[in-house]
Design a protein around this ligand. Structure first.
Ligand SMILES: [Zn+2]
Ligand SMILES: [Zn+2]
Length: 148
C-alpha cells in the first residue's frame, strides 16, 4: 500500500511540507498550547498543533527560517516559520528532539479537516478567558467576514 501523507503550506505557499502517516494509518490529535510564547508566536490566543515523529516530517518546497526561542524556564524551543509571509510551521525543544509540533492551521484544507479530534491542552493555566466563550452559542456568529 502506498504511504499516506498529510500535506501543508504557509500562507504564501512558498514553503510546503508533508508528513508520512504510520501504517496502519492513524491521525494525530490536536494539542492546544496556551503558553504566552505561543500567543505571541501565532498572534492568537493559543497555538493548535499536531505532534508527529520528526523523521516523518519533511519540507517538499522551500526552506523555513529558524527562530531559537527560550521559555522563561530557559528551555530552548526551535521554531520554524516562513520568512516571506510569517506563517509558523513547527516547534521542537531541540535538535535531538524526536518529535515535532506542527501548527495544524498550516495543513491543507482536506487534511486539516481530517485532524478533527482534540487530544490535549497544555499550559492550561495561561488560557485566555475568552476561550471559555467558544462553543457556548452566546456570541454572534457569521459565516464569512465582519462585513458579511
Ligand atoms: Zn510563506
Ligand atoms: Zn506554547
Amino acid at each position: 500500500m502506498a504511504p499516506a501523507y498529510l500535506t501543508g503550506a504557509c500562507l504564501c505557499k512558498n514553503i510546503a511540507y508533508r508528513i508520512t502517516l504510520p501504517t496502519p494509518v492513524s491521525l494525530p490529535k490536536v494539542i492546544l498550547c496556551h503558553c504566552t510564547n505561543c500567543k505571541r508566536y501565532t498572534g492568537s490566543g493559543f497555538s493548535a498543533n499536531i505532534v508527529v515523529p520528526r523523521s516523518t516530517f519533511e519540507y517538499t518546497k522551500g526552506s523555513p527560517k529558524l527562530y531559537s526561542d527560550r521559555s522563561n524556564k530557559g528551555v530552548i524551543v526551535l521554531r520554524e516559520f516562513c520568512p516571506d509571509c510569517g506563517s509558523p510551521f513547527t516547534s521542537r525543544s531541540g535538535d535531538d528532539e524526536e518529535e515535532v509540533a506542527v501548527k495544524s492551521g498550516t495543513l491543507d484544507d482536506e487534511d486539516r479537516v481530517k485532524c478533527a479530534e482534540l487530544g490535549l491542552e497544555i499550559y492550561f493555566h495561561r488560557k485566555d478567558q475568552w476561550v471559555d466563550g467558544m462553543g457556548d452559542g452566546g456570541v454572534k456568529r457569521v459565516d464569512g467576514s465582519m462585513e458579511g
